[in-house]
Design a protein around this ligand. Structure first.
Ligand code: ARG
Length: 592
């Protein structure tokens, strides 16, 4: 089922091939001047360039005329016009638009094509047990969730893994601080080897208190720091009581994170972390040593990964510190082994803060050197920071802490204010009204994040994010809700959707927007760029808004057949809009 653009593209490419030029210069694409025509073919200029190189006569407007003559009478083309130096503007026929609209209406995925499915792991979220979250974790969750849904929607087998940070010094801090508070817990009894209590000695509030307390003390007190280090080393060496405590810390953190991420509509398939792959590390080190790619360096065990052509050498991967401690590189490499054994993915995407680019470059090179993966199977998708108005990474609390709950309540409050200003939902039941404010808040935050190019920084501004006008999440929700309300009204009036017939320019505009869904999905996927899908849904909502202004659907004087056609267009738009929003991780309320 080709899109309209694909049909036109095939025709213009064939025309140029027919004239003896390479097919690829004959491409038709979306026009830079949609006010003149939706599509354009610039092949005449490229063809003239080729002729000129060969020393032949080359007038691009004349070539354009020849192309137009060849395409003349094509059933999908209503009008062609040669403009400027030789652009060909192309407008499709209403019949083509109508036929395509009906195809989209009847397609379960409203035009999205299926791809050859791959198995893909997305490593995102990446929160640390007990350590406070920062904006990097938030953005990772929002972007990673969108990429997961995007790839899944296209038919890939996608596994999302939160990859918790649960194996570092923060664990030693927690253990020692808890020991100072409650030295009699059986977890600290060195002679005890098993049967530790099933009930956690701490809850999330305890963790949130213990970690900063310990880390604060350790900063100015080397002896305190040493105790945390030692406890970390003992834990990593397998001390049973500490291991049992770790399991509680992890379980308590996961429960809290599930709630926090869940409120944002972010769900993981795997809740693995660094600790989970610890048992693989000794074997991995042996294998790497046997391969002869490790080196001893000042007591540490490293893998050199610099290449000859680098201006500045990429520093080596640290497998073991001179103290014997396992490092961030080590757990990421062990995770690669684990994923290969358990999932054997075609591709692994790491949605992590751009500041970790070097870390991943090092890890990937080592994994390739070890022969576990091909370089193109490993991809770090970095992103910039969400900043506060002061230009620094955004925090919700004193002490540099971002709390998802605080963030969400700020978003809900901003959404609530907007709803009140717009007089929306004043007479709705309280629960529904709260649900709407929540959905508007989530949509505002996510869309504000996803619509940027991944790598750019942006400023947290709930006021702007929640505006109902402009390129915002709430604008899109409003568009969806408006269509829902039209569909409800139609039902009440006994009007049913029927055969689509496109005649009006803004109907054509809407069908062209619908027709570009697959293109948007493909380019968003190719570049792992959610903002391209954001652009599409925004454009679709705008096209609907123009259509709705120009083409009354249920007005009394509208003939029945036209009502039915326009209603079908509205219905199809809603389906595609909701699919697009769902991929972005955004849910629209029933009414507002
Ligand atoms: N826990 C890490 C951090 O807070 C992020 C983990 C990212 N994923 C990974 N496989 N390293 O920085």
């Amino acid at each position: 089922m080709p899109s309209i653009l694909e049909t036109l593209n095939a025709a213009s490419s064939a025309a140029l091939a027919d004239m003896g030029f390479p097919e690829k210069i004959g491409q038709t694409r979306e026009s830079d001047r949609p006010d003149l025509a939706p599509f354009q073919c610039n092949g005449a200029m490229a063809a003239a360039g080729i002729l000129k190189k060969q020393g032949e006569k080359s007038n691009p407007r004349e070539i354009a005329q020849k192309i137009v003559d060849k395409l003349d009478g094509h059933p999908a083309i209503a009008e062609m016009e040669i403009a400027g130096p030789g652009f060909i503007n192309i407008r499709p026929t209403d019949e083509t638009l109508t036929a395509r609209a009906i195809e989209l209406q009847n397609d379960k995925k409203v035009g999205a094509s299926q791809v050859k499915a791959q198995t893909i792991v997305i490593d995102y979220g990446g929160a640390n047990v007990a350590k406070p979250m920062h904006v990097g974790h938030l953005r990772s969750a929002v972007i990673g969730e969108c990429l997961k849904r995007l790839l899944r929607f296209q038919g890939h087998n996608v596994i999302g893994d939160v990859h918790l940070g649960d194996w570092g010094l923060q664990m030693g801090h927690l253990i020692t601080e808890l020991k100072d508070e409650q030295p009699d817990l059986t977890f600290f009894d060195e002679s005890k080897l098993e049967d530790f209590p099933d009930i956690s000695p701490v809850n999330m509030d305890d963790l949130a208190r213990l970690y900063p307390a310990a880390s604060h003390k350790a900063k100015s007190d080397p002896e305190r720091m040493e105790r945390s280090r030692l406890a970390t080393a003992e834990l990593q060496a397998g001390r049973p009581g500490y291991r049992a405590l770790l399991d509680h810390f992890i379980a308590v953190s996961i429960a809290a994170l599930k709630e926090g991420y869940g409120a944002l509509g972010v769900e993981f398939d795997l809740w693995k972390g660094e600790a989970a792959v610890d048992p693989l590390i000794p074997g991995m080190i042996e294998e790497l040593k046997a391969q002869g790619i490790t080196e001893e360096d000042d007591g540490a065990l490293i893998i050199r990964v610099a290449t000859e052509d680098e201006k500045k050498d990429t520093p080596p991967v640290m497998l073991l510190a001179s103290s014997g401690a396992v490092l961030y590189h080590t757990t990421d490499l062990a995770t690669l082994i684990d994923r290969k054994a358990e999932i054997n993915p075609d591709l692994i995407l790491y949605v992590v803060d751009q500041r970790q680019a070097l870390h991943f470059e090092q890890v990937f090179r080592a994994a390739v050197k070890a022969g576990w993966y091909k370089r193109e199977q490993l991809n770090h998708l970095g992103f910039g920071t969400m900043n506060g108005k002061d230009g620094k990474p955004f925090k919700t609390r004193e002490g540099g802490v971002l709390r998802l709950e605080d963030l969400m309540s700020m978003m809900r409050a901003a959404a609530d204010k907007r709803l009140s200003e717009a007089g929306i939902g004043a007479d709705f039941p309280e629960e529904e009204r709260a649900d709407i404010a929540n959905k508007v808040g989530v949509a505002a935050l996510k869309f504000a994040d996803l619509q940027n190019q991944r790598i750019t920084n942006y400023i947290f501004d709930p006021e702007r994010f929640t505006a109902f006008e402009g390129k915002t999440g709430p604008y899109l929700l409003y568009a969806a809700v408006r269509i829902k309300s039209i569909l409800r009204k139609a039902k009440d009036q006994g009007v049913a959707a029927g055969k689509i017939t496109v005649t009006e320019p803004s109907e054509a505009g809407l069908v062209l927007a619908l027709d570009s869904f697959d293109r948007a999905l493909k380019s968003a996927t190719e570049k792992f760029a959610p903002h391209l899908l954001c652009d599409h849904v925004f454009r679709l909502a705008q096209a609907f808004s123009r259509f709705y202004t120009d083409c009354p659907i249920l007005a009394g004087e509208t003939p029945d057949a036209i009502k039915a056609s326009r209603l079908a267009l509205a219905q199809t738009t809603l389906r595609q809009l909701e699919l697009g929003l769902d991929i972005l991780g955004i849910e629209a309320p029933e009414r507002m």
